[in-house]
Design a protein around this ligand. Structure first.
Ligand code: NAI
Ligand code: MG
Length: 325
């Protein structure tokens, strides 16, 4: 049966990098692509950033490839992550040969809790002076993430994982997170260590080799993986997967890049690596690996987009990747 892939370019450079990824996917397999809309543009036209039709398509597709949304990002991506019941956001951050990275030895995978924490949406304006936020941490979501992490380290050949948290201050919420994650790892015989998330930020810059797989709460994973993007050469390189029990949604970590949108020079690598993860999710492991190594080889030899110091267009890079395939 042909896999159905929902494709949502969204806004800004999403309109440039997602078509690049579709071109590469068409090169390596037979897929049924269903294009859907979301983001600022569709909101201007219809009043809704995430049309019901798009939500329903994502909720029933085998996999979704999403570009980025602008100001409506939270109205789009948070419900779409729920549509696939995503409980973990997988964010590899790796430095590649040929790319001028601040820390060329960086090779990390963030496994970020994807449903709760401070992104659970419980914010209130209580008075002219006071706003509050309620942070949500459940044992069940923390344990589910930890189980995924245990399986991930064993199938992907890692020695164990590090839990990043701030349980010394947020004793109740991060305390619960920490305890749940460590106890699942202990039950399963997986090696772990732990680090306070602020200390992690310094230590990973000074010596990223200390870390490998990092399990963290929602906001921490968002911020620390962007920090890692800085270590490896920029946001144009980082893919991500929002994984649920059956379905998954793949997206570059970056946003709409309004400063370069429309110029045709966005780096498609993050989205192409996301497409490689999508292929693996659909059990096309070998094809996924081929796409990844084609992108890596273009990163090494060029052509390169301006964010990586080159002068190539999105199209030049995509054509070079297709060529390698
Ligand atoms: P951004 O990721 O769009 O851009 C940050 C910087 O990185 C910019 O200088 C941009 O040019 C560069 N950059 C990002 N991706 C690139 C690529 N593929 N190739 C070359 N350079 C690249 O983040 P920013 O500027 O904070 O946000 C812009 C808009 O994107 C905002 O409206 C924000 O809400 C939205 N956003 C959406 C996300 C999503 O849909 N998942 C995630 C992050 C931001
Ligand atoms: Mg982010």
């Amino acid at each position: 049966m042909t896999d159905e892939i929902v494709v949502i370019p969204g806004d800004g450079i999403g309109q440039e990098v997602v078509p690049a990824a579709v071109r590469v996917l068409e090169e390596v397999g037979e897929f049924e692509f269903v294009e859907a809309e979301a983001g600022d543009r569709v909101k201007e036209e219809t009043g809704e950033a995430l049309p019901r039709e798009t939500y329903d398509l994502v909720a029933s597709a085998d996999a979704t490839l999403f570009g980025a949304a602008g100001e409506t990002a939270a109205d789009v991506i948070l419900p779409l992550r729920r549509a696939v019941h995503s409980f973990v956001n997988v964010r590899p951050a790796k430095a590649y040969p040929g790319v001028d990275a601040l820390r060329s030895e960086t090779d990390l995978v963030f496994l970020r809790e994807n449903t709760e924490g401070v992104y659970a949406g419980h914010e209130d304006r209580l008075s002219d002076d006071l706003s509050t936020l309620t942070r949500v941490v459940t044992d069940s979501a923390s344990r589910r993430l930890a189980k995924y992490a245990c399986e991930f380290v064993s199938t992907d050949n890692h020695d164990g994982f590090t839990v990043a948290h701030k349980a010394n201050v947020m004793r109740e919420t991060d305390g619960r997170f920490r305890e749940a994650v460590l106890s699942v790892a202990d039950e399963r015989g997986v090696d772990t260590d732990e680090v306070l998330m602020d200390a992690f930020a310094t230590r990973v810059c000074l010596d990223p080799k200390q870390f490998d797989v990092v399990v963290c709460p929602n906001l921490a994973g968002d911020v620390l993986s962007d920090l890692a993007a800085g270590l490896v050469g920029g946001l144009g390189l980082l893919p991500s997967a929002n994984v649920g029990p059956q379905r998954a949604l793949f997206e570059p970590v970056h946003g709409t890049a309004p400063d370069i949108a429309g110029e045709g020079v966005a780096n498609p690598s993050a989205t192409l690596f996301s497409a490689a993860m999508l292929l693996e999710h659909l059990d096309h492991d070998e094809t996924g690996a081929n796409v990844r190594s084609a992108v890596e080889s273009v990163l090494e030899d060029g052509p390169r987009t301006p964010d990586l110091g080159g002068d190539a267009s999105t199209e030049d890079v995509t054509a070079a990747v297709v060529d390698r395939l």
